[in-house]
Design a protein around this ligand. Structure first.
Ligand SMILES: [Fe+2]
Length: 190
């Protein structure tokens, strides 16, 4: 684990948000920084290792998503420092604190990688949505706005990933539409 004191450490600043609130906000942002860095590296892992008939379009899609996550890493880290906090931004810090599971190493085919990423974008999107409310409650509308911006893009990317899998779910078995029970199972997985 990254030292909790480090993740909520504050430097003197003239910003008008009380220190105790800033310390909590910075800790949340450091959690996001770790998860975003982890997710970006996992998306690159998919970009490099995907194989199969959909190789090229998935290789490109994963790279585009990784590029967005790279921008979010910088956005989040610089919000931390703008609040007087310390950005816990090394790869080792990210690995120690990320809320996401490690990426599977045995998968090869396109839809396996899409599923693995969707399984991680789901909890990441949930974390972002919770952070919107938490930072709003702590009196930081700017950080809540940052989270809203990132959350909207991540929801869109989760749709892009899920859209590959929804067709497969609908076409399974005898070709009948997916049941509500199956859809719930899919939702529970993410
Ligand atoms: Fe590349």
């Amino acid at each position: 684990m990254t030292d909790n004191k480090l993740a909520s450490r504050l430097y003197p600043t003239r910003i008008d948000i009380p220190a105790d609130a800033r310390s909590k906000i910075v800790a949340i942002l450091n959690q996001t920084l770790a998860a975003t860095s982890d997710l970006k590296s996992q998306t690159k892992q998919a970009h490099w290792n995907v194989k199969g008939t959909d190789f090229y379009q998935l290789h490109e899609l994963f790279d585009e998503i990784a590029g967005e996550l790279e921008e979010f890493i910088d956005l989040v880290a610089e919000r931390i420092t703008a609040l007087g906090g310390y950005a816990c931004g090394t790869v080792r810090m990210a690995a120690a604190s990320s809320i996401l599971p490690e990426y599977p190493t045995e998968i090869i085919a396109g839809m396996e990688h899409v599923t693995a990423l969707a399984d991680r974008f789901g909890p990441y999107a949930k974390h972002l949505r919770e952070a919107i409310d938490k930072t709003n409650d702590l009196g930081d509308a700017d950080t809540a706005d940052l989270y809203t911006e990132v959350s909207r893009t991540i929801d869109k990317r989760l749709w892009f990933l899920d859209a590959h899998l929804q067709a497969a779910a609908n076409n399974s078995g005898n070709g009948a539409p997916a049941t509500a029970q199956n859809l719930d199972r899919t939702a529970a997985r993410v």
